[in-house]
Design a protein around this ligand. Structure first.
Ligand code: NAD
Ligand code: DAU
Length: 333
């Protein structure tokens, strides 16, 4: 089998490629990645001779058509992925997430190639504390330019399945954590701040809730859906690990032996989604998937260890990321 993995130099994509090379040596992996600020070729260095790497844009129809013509399946991770960036500069989100998905859908349609679309729970909007978790039937209600662009791309996939018979599945996953995550994101930002002796930064009061899942569990679910999922079906992926942001910062501080209140409250995110929560029962009952990283504290602790041991990987992005936050107006409250 030959597999095209878009966004394979990003956080989840790179972990997916590592897992695939390790567990399924019979699969030929082609990575297509534009190496934006979020992509890091170094994430794939240790397996560079086991994969084919193509630097390019998923919205480049000619390139995408050529690559898709040479594979049996596509897993589409590539995206602009950070909510805060989408508030500052939405256009790349429209271009990559919507136009890029369109280019891939046209190519898989032309070549009749199996397609799996990686999406997010954010397409459903947010929940209050008492609402039941998202299911595949929850109406779409995205809040940010990022989540609206992901919702748009999901709807394109659904239309290409229905109108053109494209063999596609979609997964909508909750917040991932683990190795190779860019330092702009919540958990790595706080870990690397603490390594640098800087106080963690909590948006607003920090009562927003996220449903955390280890990236390896997400990627195992993706393989399960790719192999056994029903064409046209949407599967939600989550590990039932809801925590508010303040509690996550307190756990990280405890791992560093610091006081629970040793952090700063900073400017809140405009339109900040309150709570995400996933009902993954379809994936569990129909496809038999279960998370292996059931203990968030243990997974977090292993992730902190990874960042301590891989400073060479994250250091080149740290200063520029922090200066982007400052330029965007982030202030201690
Ligand atoms: P990321 O930002 O770490 O990586 C994105 C990758 O896509 C980078 O390597 C980047 O270079 C590449 N890329 C961006 N634009 C491109 C383009 N035009 N052409 C080719 N490559 C391009 O993102 P991530 O956190 O790994 O997210 C991967 C996917 O998973 C995204 O589709 C995201 O919406 C989805 N997702 C993420 C999470 C999460 O918690 N991070 C949760 C659910 C779903
Ligand atoms: O739910 C899935 C989504 O999870 C993915 O689709 C996105 O690609 C991914 O980035 C993530 O979105 P969030 O906006 O939830 O993740 P982020 O890491 O940016 O922030 C997590 C929470 O932490 C959020 O409530 C904002 C808050 N936060 C974030 C940062 C960077 C802080 O309190 N302080 C921070 O410094």
């Amino acid at each position: 089998m030959r597999l095209l993995v878009t966004g394979g130099a990003g956080f989840i994509g790179a972990n997916f490629v590592h897992q695939t090379v390790a567990d399924r040596p019979e699969v030929g992996v082609v990575v297509l990645d534009a190496l934006t600020y979020a992509g890091n070729r170094a994430s794939l260095d240790s397996i560079a001779d086991r994969i084919e790497f193509v630097r390019g844009d998923v919205a480049d129809q000619e390139l995408v058509d050529r690559l898709v013509g040479g594979v049996d399946a596509v897993v589409h991770f590539a995206a602009e992925s950070h909510n805060d960036n989408s508030l500052a500069q939405p256009f790349p989100f429209v271009q990559t997430n919507i136009v890029g998905t369109f280019a891939l859908l046209e190519a898989v349609r032309r070549h009749d190639v199996r397609y799996h679309h990686i999406s997010t729970d954010e397409v459903y909007g947010d929940l209050d504390a008492h609402e039941p978790p998202f299911t595949p039937n929850t109406p779409y209600n995205p809040s940010s330019p990022y989540s609206a662009s992901k919702a748009s791309s999901d709807l394109l996939v659904r239309a290409w399945v229905r109108s053109f018979g494209v063999r596609a599945t979609i997964s909508n996953c909750s917040n991932n954590y683990g190795p190779y995550q860019h330092v702009e994101k919540f958990i790595p930002r706080q870990i690397t701040n603490l390594i640098d002796g800087v106080r963690p930064r909590l948006y607003g009061a920090g009562h927003q809730v996220r449903d955390w899942i280890h990236v390896h569990d997400h990627n195992r679910a993706v393989w399960t859906i790719l192999e056994h999922g029903r064409i046209g079906q949407t599967y939600l992926i989550g590990a039932n690990d809801e925590l508010d942001n303040k509690s996550v910062i307190e756990l990280i501080l405890a791992e560093f032996g610091r006081d629970a209140d040793d952090f700063d409250h900073v400017t809140d995110r405009p339109g900040h989604d309150q709570r995400y929560a996933i009902d993954a029962s379809l994936l569990r009952t129909e496809l038999g998937w279960e998370p292996r990283f059931a203990d968030f504290r243990a997974g977090l602790s292993a992730t902190i260890r990874w960042y301590r041991e891989h400073e060479d990987w994250w250091r080149p992005n740290k200063a520029v990321t922090e200066s982007t936050y400052l330029t965007a107006g982030e202030k201690v409250l």
